[in-house]
Design a protein. Sequence first.
Lengths: 244, 244
Amino acid sequence: MIDLKNGERIEDLQCRGLKIIQNKNWFCFGIDSVLLANYCNLKDGEEVVDLGTGTGIIPILLYGKNNVKKIFGIEIQKEVAEMAERTVKLNKVEEFIEIINTNIKDYRKYLEKNHFDTVVSNPPYIKTSSNLISPERKKALSRHEIEGNLEDFIKTAAELLKHRGKFYMVYRPNRLVEVFQYMKKYKIEPKKIRFVQNKEDEEPNLVLIKGVKAANSHLIVEKPLIVFDKDGNYTEEINKIYSS
Amino acid sequence: MIDLKNGERIEDLQCRGLKIIQNKNWFCFGIDSVLLANYCNLKDGEEVVDLGTGTGIIPILLYGKNNVKKIFGIEIQKEVAEMAERTVKLNKVEEFIEIINTNIKDYRKYLEKNHFDTVVSNPPYIKTSSNLISPERKKALSRHEIEGNLEDFIKTAAELLKHRGKFYMVYRPNRLVEVFQYMKKYKIEPKKIRFVQNKEDEEPNLVLIKGVKAANSHLIVEKPLIVFDKDGNYTEEINKIYSS
């Protein structure tokens, strides 16, 4: 049995019996991570890195939806990484998922450069300069660029990826220009984006991005992903994502 | 009276009595120019340049929808520019619109740098390398980057604009990464984009872009503009644009 600590609960992910431990006092995973995991198109036997893995939700979902060889999840916060490790044990997937407790910028101590098929990331969205820092440091680290900014995440992804390796990311539309800028800077070509709108007639609040290392320049903008229908229920597509 | 040449016709724009001359053998204006003109938010008394004006449709519509001081339309093709000039005369708007027959790269002979409130452009969409050139050179020049590529258009816009001047452009989504890249290079910050979809459940085929010279980095992605409803009729928003 797995010990739960103060504030923790186990959630059933409705996906091949997988479960996840979360702590209600910290940053809990949201729809962005679920959509990102679903957006990744992995071939059998891939080696994957998740930068800023948090609860480990993305490695767990990627494992559940694909036949991966190995997924490494890097998480800077010691207690959060430790909780993600217990999630790995709870699901008995130690063979497939490894949580590494380090700053993404120090990945070289653990992982090989130019090696991975896919790098995925749901990085902090908020510039440290632009908002007050949450007084609870764990939430702040997950939301703000304190220990790694957008450029660090993209630079690290580029270094980890092999030639033609794929990069998947979810982010805020209002920083898309910077995302493209850093991807170009580190030779990950943006190949596909999909905006996520809460409702059909609202502006998007998330954007899913696929890049390919050293690819040529041609972007596909997919039709928007709509979360709620006019009655406020999940759309068919969202229901399909949550049940697959 | 205005003389019409072989292949020419006059179209009523349903906007303050304005008319336009087009030649059916050349490149005729499309919905992209109408949407772009409508996307521009001009204050009274602005001085504006349209790069690659073609028939002059954008200056004519901007004149019809705003109280501009002056709009210059630059067009490289002599006969097309001459036709646009006759459209200006037909509408008796010589005081407000001036067509300049030159390559946009040679604007300095006619227009002042760092001077204009707004620059607008519906540039050629197709890279010369990527497609066969249309055998009819006039159509080719309007569609392909023969005499000016994307970078030339954005560089010229940046040079013409005054500090905090606005740049409006319509383009293909699949080259959005390059658009952002050149805008950043020439210090026009992308501030607002809006994708145009033929139908609600289709991917966008156009993107409207607003940039501001020397502004800070923050992009608003607006809700998509849908052209046709489920029955194949223009949506309410498109009808409003065409009737305003």
